[in-house]
Design a protein around this ligand. Sequence first.
Ligand SMILES: [Zn+2]
Ligand SMILES: [Zn+2]
Length: 91
Amino acid sequence: MPNLLATGRPSAVIVDSTETTHVVYCSACRASWIYLDAVLAEERATSHRLIERERALPRCSVDGCSEYGVARGLCRPHYDRQRYQARKAAS
Ligand SMILES: [Zn+2]
Ligand SMILES: [Zn+2]
């Protein structure tokens, strides 16, 4: 479980509840949803937090690749390939 606070950015998705309505608002993409049900609103907030967290992850820097970066700006397959080629070049 990655620590959200490590990014220096608190969760951007909030639930603003009144007696009758529950508004889910995202300050990152400025989307909002209105629910009459607190449980549904909380579900939407939770799933959207995941979306925003993924969006905040660095992407692979290889052209045409949209995987999330895991190391040195490269996704796992590209990182492995680069390491393999570097090792091959060294020997
Ligand atoms: Zn959003
Ligand atoms: Zn890649």
